[in-house]
Design a protein. Structure first.
Length: 198
């Protein structure tokens, strides 16, 4: 506990138990004008022994600069919340809100995560450079294997495949995708086109 008191951090997490929090707990946090993110109600979590946990919400409180444990403790005191914890990765924390990286746990819906005071929930789920590279490889292979003829058709395929494909197609590597489509067309159709010209 002594170590906790001297800690500083930009991101802190704590738990809200609806049964003990005041009805206006969200207003209390909104009044800080700090960004904060609210998890879905965790009402299906179980302990290792199979016993059901008390319903609760995870909260991520974010500041533009480091704030002390004492400052966070003062903010959450009216909420009757347990001790706050400094967060090493806000992205990892928000992903934990739905157990995204814990398939053995109940999977909550990303649509139930709520950002407050300017917190952008989608930013916590943006693809990493490695993810984008993997998606791009899959897309290139798809274009080649399926003889994709134009970018417009490919965008419709991306919409049908996944949000990640669509994001990569319109926000990253658009030129490379167009060149790939053009290159595949030339490899597979140029001979026929040149024969028709003659």
């Amino acid at each position: 506990m002594t170590d906790n008191k001297i800690q500083k951090g930009r991101d802190w997490s704590f738990i809200i138990y609806p049964e003990s929090a005041p009805k206006n707990w969200r207003d209390i946090l909104d009044d800080t004008h700090m960004r904060w993110v609210e998890s879905p109600l965790h009402d299906k979590d179980v302990n290792p022994d199979g016993e059901k946990k008390k319903p609760h919400r995870h909260i991520l409180l974010s500041s533009d600069g480091p704030i002390t444990y004492q400052a966070v403790q003062k903010i959450i005191k009216p909420l009757n919340a347990p001790i706050p914890q400094k967060v090493g990765s806000s992205r990892g924390m928000v992903r934990y809100f739905i157990h995204m990286d814990n398939p053995e746990k109940y999977q909550y819906s990303i649509d139930e995560i709520v950002g407050h005071s300017g917190a952008d929930v989608a930013s916590y789920f943006e693809m990493t450079a490695t993810n984008r590279l993997t998606v791009m490889k899959d897309m290139v292979q798809y274009i080649y294997d399926n003889d994709v003829m134009n970018y417009a058709d490919f965008l419709i395929t991306c919409i049908e495949k996944s949000d990640d494909w669509f994001s990569v197609a319109i926000n990253h590597n658009t030129l490379a995708i167009n060149k790939m489509i053009d290159g595949v067309w030339r490899l597979k159709h140029q001979d026929n086109w040149e024969k028709k010209k003659d």
